[in-house]
Design a protein. Structure first.
Length: 322
């Protein structure tokens, strides 16, 4: 397993400033937790924090028609000719989040990776508890193979809860015998049960320990053998860091080529704040470079079972606001 540490003198101070800013924001007046959740879903991202869409890509809104439901998605492309497709899933604890929150990341991955990125609004709990979102991701992977003009190569990735859905969809595809993605990209994933978190019962239900299979809790899978090669990002100041590290170890132990990159002194969800966190900007560059290398290696006969080294990009300065 390749294990790397990305550190910079700016990471700690930037993280402190963002955490203070978030702590100082006024809370929601609604006493009811569900009403507060709905308000949170309607919040538009602050471009000062979230950054802006990469101007090098084109953007198209599409609808993904699946049995019994239609999902909203945005497609970000850097080239007009068919390229690999990356299905990307926002975070939000399975109960919140929206594709509009992560436009800097998905557009930057498309531009830097020379790929098409499909950013998906999967169904959320508590209206649609487990396994609705997982089924959305698995079925969308199949839809993309026949309905989007890629070149046949597909990766799946996401952030936090979205990373859990990406990992779970790979396990589900292996179980069902449907085509596996060529690569999985898991950014600070939640991969185990976390009963102390607010989202846990709304998503899994009260009896999660007894009734949720490994597709929903990937760290509980008996074996991870045969899954796609993985890039896993961890954050040094993230309570979910142990999930990322443990899953990387498990994948490596089960023979899956794995690259673990940890961002020191950085918070959970740092990809949501690239406007003020240089770690987020760096990670977008790194994911893009990783995809270029991975897909180049797969296309050539020299890919074999290993992975060619991908140089770490230098920290990326903030893009000026327009």
């Amino acid at each position: 397993m390749r294990s790397e540490l990305v550190d910079s003198a700016e990471f700690g101070a930037e993280t402190d400033a963002v955490l203070k800013h978030l702590a100082d924001l006024p809370g929601y007046a609604a006493a009811d937790p569900y009403e507060a959740l709905l308000l949170d879903r309607e919040d538009l991202p602050d471009p000062v924090l979230a950054g802006e869409r990469d101007p090098r890509v084109s953007v198209e809104e599409i609808e993904i028609a699946l049995p019994g439901r239609t999902l909203q998605a945005m497609v970000y492309r850097h080239a007009t000719r068919p390229r690999p497709i990356v299905l990307w899933l926002h975070g939000g604890g399975f109960i919140g989040g929206h594709l509009r929150d992560i436009e800097y990341a998905v557009s930057g991955i498309a531009a830097n990776g020379n790929v098409g990125v499909v950013s998906l609004n999967y169904r959320l709990a508590p209206e649609n508890p487990y396994p609705a979102g997982l089924r959305d991701v698995h079925d969308t992977l199949g839809w993309l193979r026949t309905n989007l003009d890629g070149d046949g190569r597909i990766a799946v990735g996401g952030q936090s809860a979205g990373a859990a859905l990406a990992a779970g969809a790979c396990l589900l595809a292996r179980e069902l015998g449907t085509p596996l993605p060529d690569r999985q990209l898991l950014c600070y994933p939640t991969l185990d049960l976390h009963p102390d978190e607010d989202w846990h019962e709304w998503y899994f239900g009260a009896e999660a320990n007894d009734h949720v299979p490994a597709f929903g809790i990937p760290l509980r899978a008996t074996s991870l053998a045969g899954l796609p090669p993985a890039l896993i990002l961890a954050a040094g100041r993230d309570s979910l860091r142990p999930d990322a590290v443990a899953y990387a170890d498990r994948l490596h132990h089960d023979g899956v080529p794995t690259r673990l990159v940890e961002y020191a002194d950085t918070m959970h969800a740092f990809l949501n704040f690239p406007g003020v966190l240089s770690a987020g900007r760096h990670a977008v560059e790194l994911i893009g470079a990783d995809l270029r290398t991975a897909f180049s290696a797969r296309r050539s006969s020299a890919a074999g079972s290993g992975e060619r080294p991908t140089p770490l990009p230098r920290p990326v300065p903030a893009r000026p606001h327009r």
